[in-house]
Each structure stands twice: as C-alpha cells, then as structure tokens.
Design a protein around this ligand. Sequence first.
Ligand code: NAP
Length: 252
Amino acid sequence: MNAELFSLRGRTALVTGARTGIGRAVALGLAGAGADLVLLGRTDDLGEVSEQAGALGVRAEGVGVDLADPAAAEPELAALLDRRPIDVLVNNAGIIHRQPAAQVSHADWRRVLDVDLDAVFLLCRLAGERMLARGHGKIINIASLLSFQGGLRVPAYAAAKHAVAGLTKSLANEWAPHGVQVNAIAPGYIRTNNTAALRADEERAAEIGSRIPAGRWGEPADLVGAAVFLASGAADYVNGHVLVVDGGWMAR
Ligand code: NAP
C-alpha cells in the first residue's frame, strides 16, 4: 500500500473542540499522520493536548475561542486563519441539550444551534474562502447518527446535526470544482463527555448497547481512521459524503 496517500506531512489542520473526546483523538490522529495542528478550545486550556501533539513531532498551537457567539468570534477567527493558513478544517466542537421538546426554551434551542450549526457554517465560510483562493483544502464536519435519525429528547441537537449534513453537501457541490472537498463523519455512540448522561441512564445505555452490531460503544480513537482518510489525498475525489462510523448501528 502507498502510505504516502494518507500522509498529512506539510499540512496544517485546525480542529475545534480539541481539548476532549473525539476532537482530541482526531487532532492527535492527524498529528500522527504528520499534520501540524491549530487546536481550538472554548478556553485556552489546551496545554495537555498540545504537549501530546508536540511529542509526535509536529508543531501544535492551542487557541481559546468561545464559539457560543459566532458573530462575536468572527474577527478573531478570521485573523487566526490569515496568520495560520490551514489545509484541513475539522468542525468538531459541539454541545447537546437533553430535555423533552415541549419544555425546551428558546434560549436553550439557540445555544445548541449557535455552537452546533452557526459556528460550523462560520468556520466553513472563513476557512473555505481561503482554501478556494489557494485551490485546495479539506473540510470535515462532525455530524451524528442524529443527522439521519431523530433521537429522543434532543430536538435542537437533531435539527442542528441534520443541518450539518445538508450544509456539508451544499458546500461540497459549490466547492468541489475548486479543489476543496467538504465531507462529514457521523460518529455512532462514543464514550465522551457528550454521552456521559446517556451512559448514566442504565436503561437507555443498555437499550443502545444492545442495538450496536459491533457489541460495544465506540471510543474516540475509532474516529481517527476516517478523519485521516478524509483529510488526506486519498479522499481527493470524495465530495459531500457523510461517513458513518458507528459499529453498524445504521445498518441494523
Ligand atoms: P465532548 O468531549 O463534550 O467534546 C465537545 C467539545 O466541544 C469540547 O472540547 C468542548 O470544549 C467544545 N465546545 C463546546 N462548547 C464550545 C464553545 N462554545 N466554544 C468552543 N468549543 C466548545 O464530546 P464529543 O463527543 O467528543 O463531541 C465532539 C463532537 O462529536 C460534537 O460535535 C458531538 O456532537 C459529536 N458527536 C458525538 C457523539 C458521541 O457519541 N460522543 C456522537 C455523534 C456526534 P470544552 O470541553 O472546553 O467545553
């Protein structure tokens, strides 16, 4: 096999939500394939993951930018992208609000949409504009099984993640002719902070576990292969795809 096909040496990847969970694992996975990193966190508490990346021999810079108010974050993000041109953008930061739909306040609805959708579009737009000017780039949006299914008691999250899949395809259609590939990864049920409450609910956790053909919940590291693939030259002809990494959940 031609290992160079998956090499990210000489590329710079920006990963949002890089402090924990899937973002951390994906960032370190991209570093393992040779990418320098711009690690974005809600705060600048990114020392540990920067150190881990540095130990892999790549250059890693941690930057705290709160994506809760995308319009307010725009100037800072634009300046960052002007200073550090990036080849790969991973829109991973996300939040979830679990509550019966009839009780969800407008504020909670908006809070989820701001981080899980508006900030994703903002970063796609800012990074995409610069990638189009350079004639190449890869964008990977972290979608969800709830890009396809409704889930239970997470209406804002399901709406945002469906929209992320639509946005991914929309941007892919526009930008594919210009050398920018836009794709998404839809993780299954992964052991992270995002699913801590779900795993604490024994009945729901057992219900979910029993439906996963692989017979286990996923780990953040399970997403690394898909991310390296979509970030690399191996995916130069992959556009607008939502790659499900779910232990078989959707096949069931
Ligand atoms: P996680 O550990 O909670 O990671 C979420 C990350 O997003 C955290 O690093 C968090 O930073 C960051 N973030 C949250 N609010 C932010 C804000 N306002 N500004 C900047 N960053 C912010 O959970 P995860 O499971 O790894 O989630 C990563 C992505 O995977 C999310 O988009 C999630 O929807 C998606 N996903 C997860 C699963 C799953 O089963 N776990 C399944 C499908 C999709 P702080 O920790 O500093 O707040």
